[in-house]
Design a protein around this ligand. Structure first.
Ligand code: ADP
Ligand code: GN1
Ligand code: MG
Length: 376
């Protein structure tokens, strides 16, 4: 088997690579920072990743998507006069010109530029930062409006099909593979009590009530890099799950990940609350970024989609706990359960605040419209 340094040496990095170290807080891939020294003594870093083979069985299909999407985004950044080295991910090819490395045992490795002077946040410093993250994710969907959704490979089938996720959860309860069911009766009941809400977005898509768009599908706060000086969102990353979907997935998941007063894996539930001020900020940023094309039906479902995506994620954590931690990376045996509990705490609080959240979305939509009209 090749060493990390051997793998790094396959890529067309500038200079000589002298260190490859684990990097970041992603739950899925193995991510490393590769540090290199150029001939003139200056240093340059790259992100080197081994794709998760369990989560992504078809990594060639995933990379086809990533190549097409990054090339499209690069052209858009150039067209608007932006800096493509900072505002979009660029794949760094191998020395032989290939776009990624496939090892003899089937592992897929890829590299991108390291976007320096940025940070990935687990919790936003303040509402302004989070609003700008929302703007970046909204712009991401808007920027891909001209990209043919049907050309994208479905990397994880039915990724945000919550009803299908529910069936998977039920199967995990039945199988009780890790013998953990006995310890989680309340959490299981929390999920089964909410079965009814699962098809909300997929039904609306299937009925043609809301448009199919190219969406990111994993809009957690640490999937947008924030400039450490200006605190503005610089670049949306983690493009593995870019697929055809609904903007409600991206809005809802962004709220799930960022509207909490605590980290996703905070064990002390007294610290975990849904922050309505952050919700208002995110809704404003996201709708500003999304621009003109948002439909009335999408607006009407935004608040509920936040509850649904939070519920879905909690259910996925609980499913993985029952399965014995086979999907998400965990640091200790109860990690997935702790994560599920924070999500369910958020769901409970959001359910109580739903009417107000709906008013907040309507208000944000109005403000976004007025801003656009003023600019015309
Ligand atoms: P995962 O799918 O495991 O979440 P990500 O692609 O999100 O993997 O990468 C994990 C982490 O690595 C990110 O949250 C971020 O901190 C960091 N990261 C990824 N790409 C870059 C990049 N191009 N520049 C700087 N940091 C990055
Ligand atoms: C995973 O890859 P990462 O860490 O950005 C997961 C998301 C979950 C999230 C929960 C491909 O995101 O769907 O919402 O963990 N990504 C995949 O933190 O399953
Ligand atoms: Mg990530």
């Amino acid at each position: 088997m090749k060493m990390l340094s051997d793998i790094a040496a396959l890529f067309a990095f500038e200079g000589v690579c002298f260190d490859v170290s684990p990097y970041g807080n992603g739950h899925i891939n193995d991510t490393y920072a590769a540090s290199c020294r150029r001939g003139d003594g200056t240093a340059v870093r790259y992100i080197l990743q081994k794709l998760n083979p369990y989560v992504f069985p078809d990594r060639r299909g995933l990379m086809r998507n990533m190549i097409a999407v990054t090339e499209f985004l690069r052209r858009s950044v150039l067209q608007r006069g932006g800096d493509p080295e900072r505002e979009c991910l660029n794949l760094i090819p191998l020395k032989d010109g290939s776009r990624y490395y496939e090892s003899p045992d089937g592992d897929v490795w890829r590299a991108t530029q390291f976007i320096e002077n940025t940070d990935a946040y687990l919790v936003a410093d303040d509402a302004e930062m989070y609003k700008d993250a929302g703007r970046a994710f909204g712009e991401f969907v808007n920027g891909l409006a001209g990209f043919d959704a049907t050309s994208l490979f479905e990397v994880i089938p039915r990724f945000h099909d919550t009803a299908n996720r529910y069936n998977t959860f039920e199967a995990a309860v039945k199988a009780d593979r890790a013998g953990r069911l006995v310890g989680v009766p309340d959490e299981v009941r929390f999920v089964t009590d909410r079965k009814k809400m699962c098809p909300l977005v997929t039904n609306a898509l299937a009925a043609g009530e809301i448009p199919v768009r190219v969406t990111h599908n994993d809009t957690k706060l640490n999937n947008v890099l924030i400039d450490v000086d200006t605190k503005k969102a610089v670049c949306v990353i983690d493009l593995d799950t870019v697929m055809a979907g609904s903007m409600l997935y991206d809005f809802g998941d962004g709220v799930r990940a960022g509207c909490s007063t605590a980290k996703e894996d905070e064990p002390d539930l007294d610290k975990v609350h849904f922050d309505e001020n952050l919700f208002r900020a995110y809704a404003q940023g996201f709708l500003d970024g999304l621009g003109d094309g948002v439909t009335e039906k999408e607006l009407a479902l935004m608040a509920k989609s936040a509850v649904l995506m939070t519920f879905e994620c909690g259910m996925r954590f609980l499913t993985d706990y029952l399965d014995g931690d086979v999907y998400f990376k965990t640091a200790y045996p109860e990690h997935n359960l702790v994560r599920a509990r924070t999500q369910f705490r958020m769901v409970e609080e959001m359910e109580k605040l739903l009417p107000q959240m709906e008013r907040d979305v309507a208000q944000a939509a109005k403000a976004a419209r007025e801003k656009r009209e003023k600019r015309k």
